[in-house]
Design a protein around this ligand. Sequence first.
Ligand code: HAM
Length: 463
Amino acid sequence: MGMSVKKSKEKSAKGWSASGGKKSASKSVKSKGEKIAKTYSVLRGMRDILPKEERYWKKLYHSIEDLGQYFQYGRIETPLLEEASLFVRSVGKGTDVVDKEMYLFEDKDGTKVCLRPENTASVVRAYIGNGLWNQSQPVKLWYYGPMFRHDRPQAGRYRQFWQVGFESLGSSDPSVDAELILIAYDLYKDLGLSVTVRLNSLGIPEERERYRNELVSYYRSKRSYICGDCKNRLNRNPLRLLDCKAEECRETKDNAPQIIDYLGSESKNHLMKVLEYLDAVEIPYQLDHALVRGLDYYTHTVFEFYVTDIEGGAQSALGGGGRYDLLAEQLGGKPTPACGFSLGLDRIVSAWRENLTKTNSEVPREKLDIYLAQLGEEGRRVSLRLLNDLRASGIKVGFNFSKSSLKAQMELADSAKVQFVLIIGQKEVQDKTVIIRDMESGIQEVADVKKVEGLVKRKLGRA
Ligand code: HAM
């Protein structure tokens, strides 16, 4: 992705840049005749995905689609714009997402709306509103699309980022939690990424409340040893104290009470069953008592995925999720146990490409079947028609009608690594023929333009 304005201070980690300009994403330049022409840059924290990167996204999308089909999840598409209070009630006040990061504005009718910062709340809204609770349960859905969080941009953190998510609504069975972890794990495996699954249980609200109180009184007793951020977290969202990465808080955090000791037997049992299922499918995991997630709707299992062999630097999660058994009721629906995850696709593509670079490989470009070279206006006209016929037969043709030299077109054919090139010059137009050149042997034959489609098919072994 490119940066057309001056280097941003926040341009940090490899391969990442956000747009510069602190206030404005545009700048003025003087053009001929002293007129001021305004140029635009992408907004800060947002980026363009160019064709060079697109083939990775395409392959990723196909793997996701295959997994969705195999595990019988149906694709759901929800609007990018939702009523803001949907996220206030689900993700929760006191979370960074709701308090600081929502793209909020008033619609023309005065409704407070926001660009979705995540999609689980929207899926639950759709599940309730479309009466999906009437169908056979669990209802299994997947989605793929952009989310928006007005966070401080940095490596792997954008203001518009892409997520894929899988949500299973209507079953409290621990096998559902394991099935979801398996799906995410399989996706990483398909891409050759080795990930670590970190897992915890947040129990039910009563258990969490008891734990929260203990945590608060413990941290109050250590107030003089903790960082400024943690002092804020203590009042605003105490569970996030466990997320602190500051060195000065490490000892306090390491000795803090652990939620596992506050779980009742049902919650412990649920966690044990999930672990047993994961053992059965041989997915390695790490129990992480400090894993609390940044959204308020979770109960029981929570999990996150990290690249296993990252070299140095802070790791950011490639995805995360968990159980949200109370969310449907909180949003006005019937009690509906549910579980799901979302994966950050920008981060996955970046980790995947980095991994491929290490082994000197890449996702191959789409292979062309043949190349079509032309000379002169008439040659182009006949070629355009032939191109259309060949497309209808499913033959992938390389061409560049803006090139008039045969040499340049043969070079393009060569770099596209096609075996056959069709050539239509003035003589061929007059004779209603086409030259078929075998790039390997250099042998050329002349064919009737009407028969060339069948001939090409035969040569490609498709007749
Ligand atoms: P989340 O942990 O907020 O969970 O986001 C999931 C993933 O989205 C993160 O692990 C990360 O890979 C990616 N992500 C989040 N913020 C950014 C960002 N600013 N830039 C790039 N990538 C980002 C959820 O969103 C929940 N809806 C997950 C879930 C589904 N829970 C139950 N069902």
